[in-house]
Design a protein around this ligand. Structure first.
Ligand code: IYR
Length: 230
């Protein structure tokens, strides 16, 4: 058995990497259980104000930051807001944009598509949820000398990281909502972000308010979302 701990490829160190091997039976069981767990996730708009340990939020973000990214640049910053004054500033600014969107910017067909979801311009969850995570994408970065450096596939990278973030939140037994007040420029301003960062997604995170109700909508089945070429 080759038990080399590392090798060099094109002059770059590569370390040995192993994945625990599991039987096909276990693989089938695990993948099914994971699907069933993921299928229980729902976007919610009503949160409890019950405190959540900060360590949970830290772990969730560490999990999201394991996401693959273009050239491993990890072009993201997760801003965690629990400060009540900041949350309220964000709510006021988000509702201002949302009012404009719902009243003037969104098309009739878009508003019709949202009807079953019961959304509107009021966003009380922005003050109620104990945490708001605002994900910023880094359009570019700076090196140690302050020179601009490139990031690659930034939208793809940040989308992947957000998917992992949502999975980690669900795994921790918490709830979230992918909130997209648009335009989102106000978030960089309120949070005083550097010039290379653009707000991508806002996620309130907390426990579900009890009792909770979610729209009676269903997910597409496998045949509707997959094509197999055998
Ligand atoms: N950004 C608005 C509108 C909205 C848009 C979509 I697409 C949704 O799936 C849900 C809402 C809002 O957050 O209310």
């Amino acid at each position: 058995m080759d038990d080399k701990k590392h090798i060099f490829i094109s002059g770059f160190k590569h370390i040995a990497y192993k994945q625990e091997s599991i039987s096909e039976k276990e693989m089938i069981e695990k993948s099914k259980t994971f699907f069933q767990f993921m299928d229980k996730r729902r976007s919610v708009r009503e949160f409890s104000d019950q405190a959540v340990p900060k360590e949970v939020i830290e772990n969730i973000i560490k999990a999201a930051s394991t996401s693959p990214s273009g050239a491993h640049k990890q072009p993201w910053t997760f801003c965690v807001v629990s400060n009540p004054e900041l949350k309220s500033k964000i709510r006021v600014a988000a509702e201002k944009e949302e009012r404009e969107s719902y009243q003037n910017r969104m098309s009739d067909s878009w508003l019709k598509d949202l009807e079953p979801l019961g959304t509107d311009m009021n966003k009380p969850f922005l003050e109620i949820a104990p945490y708001l995570i605002i994900v910023f994408k880094k359009a570019f970065d700076y090196d140690q000398f302050g020179k601009k450096t490139n990031n690659y596939y930034v939208n793809e990278s940040i989308g992947l990281a957000c998917g992992m973030l949502i999975t980690a939140i669900h795994n921790a037994g918490l709830a979230t909502l992918t909130h997209t007040p648009s335009p989102m420029k106000f978030l960089a301003k309120i949070l005083n972000r550097p010039e290379n960062e653009r707000a991508f997604l806002l996620l309130p995170v907390g426990y579900l308010k009890q009792p909770a109700f979610v729209p009676d909508i269903h997910r597409k089945n496998l045949g509707e979302v997959a094509e197999f070429y055998e």
